[in-house]
Design a protein around this ligand. Structure first.
Ligand code: DOR
Ligand code: ZN
Length: 430
């Protein structure tokens, strides 16, 4: 063959499904042609770009009983993801270079797909050496798992956003305003919501949008928050997570703590408003906010940590939603695949010459029920049990078929930190 590898079939190119073939060389897309002799043909199945998930918590180092970089990335790739951005609330919290080195050391040995390590700020310290090697900066406006709050007044917020423009790194906000949060009794999802009411999100989102600066708002969860997004200015983006699209505080859970998450699950009206915002573009993208905790930790509602695993089920749930008429196919590809890549990892997320050869093979007729026992996260549970999903049968990362007919054929250590490579090379800040 004239290429290292090639695939052919019904391929998603420039917003359309086209009969074509893609030639791969050195892990990148080298050519797109009508026909390539010897290409692996996927017939009627769809070939889409793989997904970048810009919001996961893989717990490594520090909480590897919940997840580690191997199980996290394994779960991701079974869910059509070729690159994850891991959040800084591991232990040690990621903001110092020694913590970065430790996390990079463990991730580089265990990751089966590509990744980036997002930095945070603690005690007002943002280390430039870490930021340069990070895909983004995460700011926690309110307390959540990991216990870091970045209390920024308006001046500090403006200063930070101005400075971050020079680094060309997105700033991601956990948008809840602690001023409106309470520490009341918490024995049910209803009480959890009472402690973190809609107004907390509304206030934080309003404040962020008012800055007029580029930024990214994580996991929007309320009708009021979604409504405000119509005022987003240039470079401002927002995400929603599948649990806020598919679950409410009235959903039936095997264990109510499986629905305990920050920001909280809200009402059906909130859920419907999020779907509307996703359809009309106020919400730009879907990210999983994969936040695994063990079954034991989730036993007692009051003491249970907040967080829901979801990196493996995000795309499969959304494709089934397309099939069930909740979302247009093209909009789903934009929100799940193209937009996250454009914002956070532009070398992936579309099938065009020069991009990474990251593909997923999808049969839209292959609808299955989600079962916790079929998933690969260490969590071992899912609040999406029994829901419809369309999983990829194969996943390619940089031209390698890591999932082949539903089986894992990758290896630990194959995944690369894409931002390490850049900062060691021609990044103007290095
Ligand atoms: O529910 C949540 N869990 N929200 C967060 O912001 C953090 C996450 C976690 O790390 O468990
Ligand atoms: Zn998160």
């Amino acid at each position: 063959m004239e290429f290292d590898n090639a695939v052919s079939g019904r391929i998603y190119i420039n917003g359309e499904i086209t009969d074509a073939a893609v030639g791969i060389e050195h892990g990148r897309i080298k050519a797109i042609k009508k026909h390539i002799p010897g290409a692996k043909d996927y017939g009627e199945r769809l070939i889409l770009p793989a997904r970048v998930d810009p919001h996961v918590h893989f717990r490594d180092p520090g909480f590897t009983e919940k997840e580690d970089f191997f199980t996290g990335t394994l779960s991701a790739v079974f869910g059509a993801v070729s690159c994850v951005l891991d959040m800084p609330n591991t232990s040690p919290f990621l903001y110092r270079y020694h913590a970065f080195e430790e996390k990079e050391h463990t991730a580089s040995k265990k990751a089966v797909i590509d990744y980036g390590l997002i930095t945070g700020i603690r005690n007002r310290i943002l280390e430039e050496k870490v930021l340069k090697r990070s895909p983004a900066l995460k700011i926690y406006m309110a307390e959540t798992t990991g216990g870091v709050v970045n209390d920024l007044d308006d001046l500090a917020l403006q200063y930070l956003l101005n400075m971050m423009k020079d680094y060309e790194k997105p700033v991601i906000f956990h948008a809840e305003d602690p001023k409106f949060m309470k520490k009341g009794e918490e024995k049910s999802l209803k009480e959890h919501l009472k402690n973190r009411p809609d107004i907390a999100e509304e206030s934080a989102v309003k404040r962020l949008i008012k800055t007029g600066k580029p930024l990214h708002i994580a996991h929007v969860s309320s009708k009021d928050g979604a409504e405000l997004l119509k005022n987003k200015t240039d470079g401002q983006t927002a995400e929603v997570s599948p649990h806020h699209l598919f679950l409410t505080l009235d959903s039936e859970f095997e264990n109510p703590a499986y629905g305990k998450v920050n920001p909280p699950l809200r009402t059906k009206a909130d859920r419907d408003a999020l779907w509307d915002a996703l359809r009309d573009g106020r919400i730009d993208m879907v990210s999983s906010d994969h936040a695994p905790h063990t079954i034991d930790e989730k036993e007692e509602f009051e003491t249970s940590p907040s967080g829901i695993p979801g990196v493996e089920t995000a795309l499969p749930l959304m494709l089934a939603a397309v099939k069930n008429g909740l979302l247009d196919f093209k909009r789903a590809v934009e929100a799940l695949i193209e937009n996250p890549a454009n914002k956070f990892c532009p070398q992936k997320g579309s099938i065009e010459v020069g991009k990474d050869a990251d593909f997923i093979i999808i049969d839209m007729k292959d609808i299955r029920k989600i079962r916790a026992e079929d998933l690969h996260s260490k969590a071992g549970w899912t609040p999406f049990e029994g829901m419809d999903a369309i999983f990829p049968s194969s996943v390619y990362v940089r031209g390698n078929e890591i999932i082949k007919n539903g089986n894992f054929e990758g290896k630990k250590g194959f995944g690369r930190n894409l931002w390490m490579i850049k900062s060691a090379g021609h990044n103007r800040h290095s």
